[in-house]
Design a protein around this ligand. Structure first.
Ligand code: PGA
Length: 241
């Protein structure tokens, strides 16, 4: 594997600053290539980023009219209209506010009858789009990216994965009852993520400090999935606490 050609670390003082820098990177991407294929993420980390992208769109500073998006993941058993689905997260926080055509918004279908076929369909769709130009990522406290939990193969592609207890606990805040937290998700694989031409990873808060340290200095190992990013040719990590 080649050594990373561009690994940029940007330390910020606030969550807002992290969101603004990420929005500036995505705005520049869309300015340079209006028909960019964007990889999107859910969770607490990108919320401020989406808010800023919506603000910029409403101020006439950027358009998604020719863009295509692919989200990293979706819970198995969840889909549009379900308040805790990632479909709904994206609809509420980004899609309903911008000019991205409905047909250009893609998330894995967690309601598919044949989940294996759905994973294959999603992976092929990404490939057919020409591949992801710029992928947004968060990082789990256990180093997961997307829902690729520790032990995920570095060459994995979109597939169904069982969520670890650590991940279910981290995500408990989005659910009313613990038993409502899904046990499985469809996620892009590590190989899928690594195929993106550029990556931006957001990590803010005390609870992410250890993960950021390990990303920077730890071993490249499948036990800490994000560590593979050190082999990617173009990564920007925006972090702070
Ligand atoms: P968070 O999750 O953005 O909600 O902290 C990130 C992740 O678990 O990947």
């Amino acid at each position: 594997m080649i050594k990373s050609k561009m690994f940029r670390w940007i330390e910020v003082n606030s969550y807002e600053q992290m969101s603004e820098i990420a929005a500036a990177i995505f705005t520049e991407q869309l300015a340079k290539k209006p028909d960019s294929v964007l990889g999107l993420a859910t969770g607490g980390s990108p919320l401020g980023f989406y808010k800023e992208m919506v603000r910029r769109h409403q101020a006439g500073e950027l358009s998604f009219a020719r863009a295509v998006t692919f989200n990293l993941d979706e819970y198995v058993g969840k889909g549009p209209g379900d308040a805790t689905s990632y479909h709904e997260f994206m609809h509420q926080n980004l899609f309903r506010h911008i000019d991205l055509p409905e047909t250009a918004r893609h998330l894995p279908n967690g309601l598919a009858e044949d989940l294996a076929a759905e994973c294959e369909r999603y992976e092929k769709l990404i490939e057919a789009s020409g591949g992801i130009d710029l992928q947004l990522l968060g990082i789990g406290v256990n180093g997961h990216i997307g829902f690729n939990e520790p032990g995920s193969r570095f060459d994995s592609r979109t597939r169904v994965i069982e969520l670890t207890e650590a991940t279910r606990k981290s995500n408990a805040r989005f659910f009313e009852k613990e038993e409502d937290i899904p046990a499985k998700a469809i996620t892009m694989g590590i190989g899928t993520i690594m195929s993106a031409r550029k990556i931006v990873l957001l990590a803010f808060g005390d609870n992410k400090t250890e993960a950021v340290k390990r990303l920077e200095n730890g071993a490249v190992t499948e036990e800490f999935p994000a560590s593979i990013l050190r082999k990617h040719p173009h990564v920007t990590v925006i972090y702070g606490k």
